[in-house]
Design a protein around this ligand. Structure first.
Ligand code: RFL
Ligand code: PHB
Length: 389
């Protein structure tokens, strides 16, 4: 087999890249480890930046999102009963879209199917060969047989645990990491959301987030120690903790119900540089992880795809390599700004075990400042709705 670009990973970044390349006449093969149903059963991000919404439309995969997604003009930060609204519309003229990653992925698969794109599921033992030469190829096992695809470029869209990043020699890679001493326990329930906008809630019992997918589907998170397991948290215990973290007026009217899904995600900041090694390019979670606090993970994957799809089209179609030469540097500039925002939001809303009495006062003062300064609110809004590509 032979193709222009082999894409490792059929998550949101791999699918979006494949879709944009196919539409521009660049041939791809997507290699995905899991069956499609498993990729589509992952409950992850829920907030799309305006730039992400635009990219999905550009890819011809935005129709259902525009119909069924929910534009949000603001969100709330709270500390106890103090609630501060960040009005994205008034502060930036832009909004975000509440539309689940699961739905984004389903729409991208549907768009790829409609184009007759090649996506191989349940591939294993993927190995990227000779990426630092002019003739790279990818070997993998599929349907019980070892196979090989020759290509011009390889896009590593295989997430944090994939093979792509580890294909780059250790002597070339620079890794930056911060591991936070807590995780988020998430719960999905068929109940009306606690509020019509997201609430990032700080409290004496730690952080909680009240989010949603639609008017009858809510997504909530509470901060938990890394040692906790999902089995430690009955639904009742979860709801009780959530109520204790939310502002009183919201907790009072909270509708609870049985969980449909419950899982714990650790919080980490991670960047691996550079994003390019020869003809291999890293995209999305394969290269970087942000804590979910700023809702940036999926959006950052999309901005990487924005830079890379244009660069690969120029290289494959027109033999112009300036775009692929500057991909790593351009994408990293935006990545580090999103890293900073996600880190600062994480520090602003979480309780750290063993922290001194000063820390909680600093968080509260930050919120008070937000409540009184339009400049502070605009800075937060500008980052939350997404910095320009
Ligand atoms: P993905 O989604 O991890 O997709 C990578 C795909 O590659 C496949 N794969 C392989 N395929 C072939 N060969 C291999 N060797 C392979 N190894 C892996 C995997 O099966 C998978 O299908 O990365 P991508 O496409 O870069 O997309 C990034 C986003 O998924 C990610 O940034 C966000 O979901 C992060 N994230 C969240 N972001 C938010 O903005 N808000 C959230 O609430 C939020 N919650 C989360 C999250 C990430 C989580 N992870 C990764 C543990 C919750 C969790 C649990
Ligand atoms: C979600 O709805 O899953 C969600 C929303 C905002 C975040 C993180 C997760 O910051």
């Amino acid at each position: 087999m032979k193709t222009d670009v082999v894409i490792i990973g059929g998550g949101p970044s791999g699918l979006l890249l494949s879709q944009l390349l196919n539409r521009a006449g660049v041939e791809t093969v997507v290699l995905e480890r899991s069956p499609r149903e498993r990729v589509l059963s992952r409950i992850r991000a829920g907030v799309l930046e305006a730039g992400t919404v635009e990219m999905l439309q550009k890819a011809g995969a935005g129709e259902r999102m525009l119909r069924e997604g929910h534009p949000h003009e603001g969100c709330i930060f709270s500390d106890g009963d103090l609630m501060v609204r960040i009005d994205f519309g008034a502060l930036t003229g832009k909004t975000v879209m509440v539309y689940g990653q699961t739905e984004v992925t389903a729409d991208l698969y549907a768009a790829q199917d409609a184009m007759g794109a090649t996506i191989l599921h349940e591939v294993s033992e993927v190995a990227i060969r000779d990426a630092d030469s002019d003739a790279p190829f990818v070997e993998f096992t599929h349907d019980g047989a070892r196979k090989r695809i020759d290509c011009a470029y390889v896009a590593g869209c295989d997430g944090f645990h994939g093979v792509s990043r580890r294909t780059i020699p250790e002597s070339v890679r620079r890794e930056y990491e911060r591991v936070y001493p807590f995780g988020w326990l998430g719960l999905l329930s068929r109940t009306p959301p606690a509020h019509d906008e997201l609430i990032y809630a700080n409290s004496a019992n730690g952080f909680a987030l009240a989010s949603m997918r639609n008017p009858m589907l809510s997504r909530y998170y509470v901060q938990v120690p890394l040692s906790d397991r999902v089995e430690d948290w009955s639904d009742d215990r979860f709801w009780e903790r959530l109520k204790s973290c939310l502002p009183g007026e919201v907790a009072e009217t909270l509708v609870t119900g049985p969980s449909i899904e419950k899982s714990i995600a650790p919080l980490r900041s991670f960047v691996s540089e550079p994003l390019r090694w020869g003809r291999l390019f890293l995209v999305g979670d394969a290269a970087h992880i942000v804590p979910p606090t700023g809702a940036k993970g999926l959006n950052l994957a999309v901005s990487d795809v924005f830079y890379l799809h244009r660069a690969l089209i120029d290289a494959v179609r027109h033999g112009e390599t300036a775009g692929i030469d500057s991909y790593s540097e351009r994408a990293l500039r935006r990545i580090w700004k999103a890293m900073r925002f996600s880190w600062s939001m994480t520090m602003m809303v979480h309780r750290f075990d063993g922290e001194d009495s000063f820390a909680a006062e600093m968080r509260r003062a930050t919120l008070l400042h937000l409540s009184q300064s339009e400049t502070a609110r605009r800075d937060l809004a500008e980052n939350y709705i997404g910095l320009p590509f």
